[in-house]
Structure formats: C-alpha cells, structure tokens
Design a protein around this ligand. Structure first.
Ligand SMILES: [Zn+2]
Length: 144
C-alpha cells in the first residue's frame, strides 16, 4: 500500500514477535496473510497460539488465508496518540471476521467505517522490518 520513507517514520506500537507468531509477521512482510490451521479439526485461528482453540490439538501448520472478511466491530479514533505514520485522526480500527473464521484487527482505510462492510486485507510497509495488515473495501482497486 505504501512505501516506508524516512520522512514518515513509523512511531506506532510494535508487535512482540515470538517464536509462536514469527511466521505471521514474516508473511506480512511478503504481503501474505497466514494463520495456524489445525491438523486435527481444520480450524484456523488468530492470534497465533500453541494449540487449536477448538479441539486443543497441538498439531498445526501455517497456511495462507484469503484476506477477505466482514467488519464485525470497529472503533473510530479521534484522539491522536502517535505523531506520525498512519494515525492521522480520525481513523478507524476494525475487527474483521475473516472468511476462514479467525478475527483480526486492523486499520480500516479508504472507507467510511461501517459494521457489515465486506473488506479485504491490504499491506502497509510502515518500515523496512514491519508490515501491518490493514483492511479496505473489497474490490476497491477495481472500482476506481
Ligand atoms: Zn482443532
């Protein structure tokens, strides 16, 4: 979505990358959205964790998600907590229920915030080392 540049250095919160969630953050840098998928019951989940929240199996593999989902909740920020980066107020952070089931939070861009909005993931390279998942209306690029 955007290229990192020195003039707009990212000053927002940083993820706590661990052995458990590193594949998720590495995939985002490659503009892919992945999640653990249970080998026993097939469920996908986020945030990454050591076992399936549905059947408690510890057997899972990382697999790509469609990135498509629906806004199920949102918060619109009017207070500016960070001086630069993608946090110019007002902005909305949405809870998106992905088609595969997991819920993911991300900034909603290029849209008026609305519960029920069909969205797709887009990627914001906020620095050389960090890419954040954001959401935009589905088919947005095609409708321009
Ligand atoms: Zn399971």
């Amino acid at each position: 979505m955007s290229e990192a540049s020195p003039e707009t250095a990212y000053e927002g919160p940083l993820p706590a990358v661990t052995n458990l969630n590193a594949p998720h953050w590495e995939a985002l840098r490659e503009h892919r959205l992945v999640a653990p998928h249970c080998d026993t019951c097939g469920r996908a989940w986020l945030p990454p964790g050591p076992w399936c929240p549905s059947c408690w199996s510890r057997a899972f593999r990382w697999a790509e998600l469609s990135g498509r989902g629906t806004v199920t909740s949102l918060v619109r920020f009017h207070q500016q907590y960070y001086r630069s980066g993608p946090f110019q107020v007002p902005y909305a952070v949405a809870e998106v229920t992905l088609e595969e089931g997991p819920r993911l939070y991300g900034q909603l861009v290029q849209a008026e915030p609305e519960v029920g909005l069909a969205v797709e993931v887009c990627y914001d390279d906020v620095s050389e080392d960090l890419t954040l998942a954001r959401f935009r209306p589905r088919g947005w690029e095609d409708s321009r």
